[in-house]
Design a protein around this ligand. Structure first.
Ligand code: SAM
Length: 280
């Protein structure tokens, strides 16, 4: 039974980080003419209504995207991401938030492909209806981890794989490493982007240790925390682990993270970081 619904959290600080990184990777992949695959193992519903009951109940987006999208001094690194948010919101009111599949849909080209997997019985139909008319997309109500075996390597031999599980079950911390290992064995030149929440630092350290033990190289870690680490107060931050990052990503995130942190966390608590877990 899946109880996690992303609609409660859409547009929060973790989504801002994740979707900034996602849109910068897609923008970099578009620098070459050759088409690529965007594989989203845990796609969610696609579109989130911010005036809906779920988002209103937590109000997380108010401390996330709502603080960012209309800033006048927006850094250029945020332009592709914010263009997706603006494309869903005509006018000054923030009504909808684009999940990762809609960000990809907005940024991908005619010949690029999308493979989207979502298991939830309520979110999958919502996602399907979003993509009904998009012939670039293939959708499956299936286990996202299985897709890392079934869909890789893509015929184009280029791609971004976004792995964004809810971590409802502790086993997700191991499952992501195993999934990456399976995917990487099939497609070692792909860009793999894994999102993680900082809830218990020890869990993240263990996951990173397991990732290092796979022998995979070129692993970049990007983190944005809104509060100091704690074992009592839920999610204090989040991060992205990117394997085979585009060469500009490290510098782009170094440029944009201080700005993002300042705007997202007026109190100045927490931290940002960009570092190599395993270099070249
Ligand atoms: N990637 C989305 C975005 O950025 O907009 C958000 C995804 S949300 C964090 C995680 C999603 O994974 C939930 O919608 C949940 O129903 C789904 N899910 C959970 N276990 C799954 C599995 N084994 N395979 C595919 N989807 C799964």
């Amino acid at each position: 039974m899946l109880s996690y619904r992303h609609s409660f959290h859409a547009g929060n600080h973790a989504d801002v980080l994740k979707h900034t990184v996602q849109s910068l990777i897609i923008t970099a992949l578009k620098e070459k003419d050759k088409p690529f695959l965007y594989l989203d193992t845990h796609a969610g519903a696609g579109r989130y209504q911010l005036s809906g009951e779920h988002a209103e109940r937590t109000g997380e987006y108010l401390e996330g995207i709502a603080r960012v999208w209309q800033q006048e001094d927006l850094p250029e690194e945020l332009a592709p991401y914010i263009s997706c948010v603006k494309a869903l919101n005509h006018g000054p009111t923030l009504r909808y938030y684009p999940g990762s599949p809609l960000i990809a849909r907005h940024l991908l080209r005619e010949d690029d492909k999308l493979e989207l997997t979502e298991l939830h019985s309520s979110d999958f139909p919502l996602l399907r209806s979003e993509f009904q008319k998009d012939s670039r997309a293939r959708l499956a109500r299936a286990d996202g981890y299985q897709q890392l075996k079934a869909k890789l390597p893509p015929p184009s031999r280029r791609g971004l794989i976004l792995i964004d599980p809810p971590y409802e079950m502790k086993s997700d911390y191991q499952a992501v490493v195993k999934g990456i290992q399976e995917g990487y064995r099939r497609f070692s030149t792909g860009v793999f982007a894994l999102w993680y929440p900082v809830v218990l630092r020890q869990q993240i350290k263990r996951m990173i240790h397991e990732l290092e033990a796979t022998g995979i190289r070129r692993i970049l870690q990007i983190e944005l925390a809104v509060r100091p680490d704690s074992d009592r107060f839920g999610m204090t931050g989040s991060g992205m682990i990117v394997i085979n990052p585009p060469w500009k990503l490290e510098q782009q995130m170094q440029n944009v993270l201080p700005w993002l942190h300042r705007v997202l966390v007026p109190a100045g608590t927490g931290h940002t970081s960009v570092n190599w877990i395993v270099p070249e």
